[in-house]
Ligand binder design. Structure first.
Ligand SMILES: C[S@@+](CC[C@H](N)C(=O)[O-])C[C@H]1O[C@@H](n2cnc3c(N)ncnc32)[C@H](O)[C@@H]1O
Length: 201
């Protein structure tokens, strides 16, 4: 999907290599009191192997649609961590969220790929399932009061919609779906992306 290629015989995303350090810098603090993270839409698995290795105090549960599992497993086999779990099958809303316990959620670049109804379901389900003090870190491109943060983001949104994907979601609609989660932090990230830190108080 998108920029994933079969470089090095595994699925590979250059974007993940580019953004993983900036994201990790936020997760180190946002997930400092978390114990188990559910990752929604692990993609290649590159984020999971990097973050699990640098956040050894927590369990990192990968999850994605079944066709992504072989690639995620390849990355995990090559860069194993005792705290990194093989992927669960996740296709929202059909599969629902896994029954396993988690007190944190991470999801990168999923809301604009999902259909609007799927993104709505995801936000509502995370809000419902996270326990008190639970944290949801959501990375990606978003619009703010209907405005794109760059022309390249506007162009990419148009391309996504034309290709049948849901397209960019606005921060205001995410907020309305995520209630009672509170959007505590909106952090600027490279390449006109943002990291949203949602908390349940
Ligand atoms: C652009 S990729 C992002 C992958 C990875 N998180 C990253 O940042 O590179 C979008 C991901 O969203 C997942 N996805 C899309 N729709 C989904 C749905 N309805 N339920 C679960 N995952 C979904 C895809 O399977 C894919 O892994």
């Amino acid at each position: 999907m998108l920029d994933m290629t079969n470089q090095f015989e595994k699925p590979f995303s250059q974007a993940c290599e580019n953004n993983k350090t900036a994201i990790l810098n936020v997760l180190l603090s946002a997930f400092s009191n978390s114990r188990k993270v559910l990752e929604i839409g692990s993609g290649t698995g590159q984020h999971a192997v990097h973050f699990a290795r640098h956040l050894p105090h927590l369990m990192w549960q990968t999850a994605d649609q079944y066709e992504y599992h072989p690639g995620i497993k390849q990355w995990i086999n090559e860069y194993p961590s005792a705290n990194l779990m093989p992927p669960l099958t996740l296709k929202l809303p059909e599969t629902g969220l896994p029954d396993t316990e988690f007190d944190a959620v991470f999801s990168a670049n999923t809301a604009h790929i999902m259909q609007r109804s799927e993104a709505t379901w995801m936000m509502q389900a995370i809000a419902k399932r996270l326990p008190k003090n639970g944290v949801f870190c959501q990375y990606g491109p978003f619009t703010f009061d209907g405005e794109f943060t760059s022309q390249s983001n506007a162009d990419f949104h148009a391309h996504l919609v034309q290709s049948g994907y849901g397209g960019y979601r606005d921060i205001s609609e995410l907020k309305s779906w995520a209630k009672p989660l509170k959007l505590d932090e909106v952090i600027d990230m490279p390449a006109n992306n943002h990291l949203l830190v949602w908390r349940k108080s």
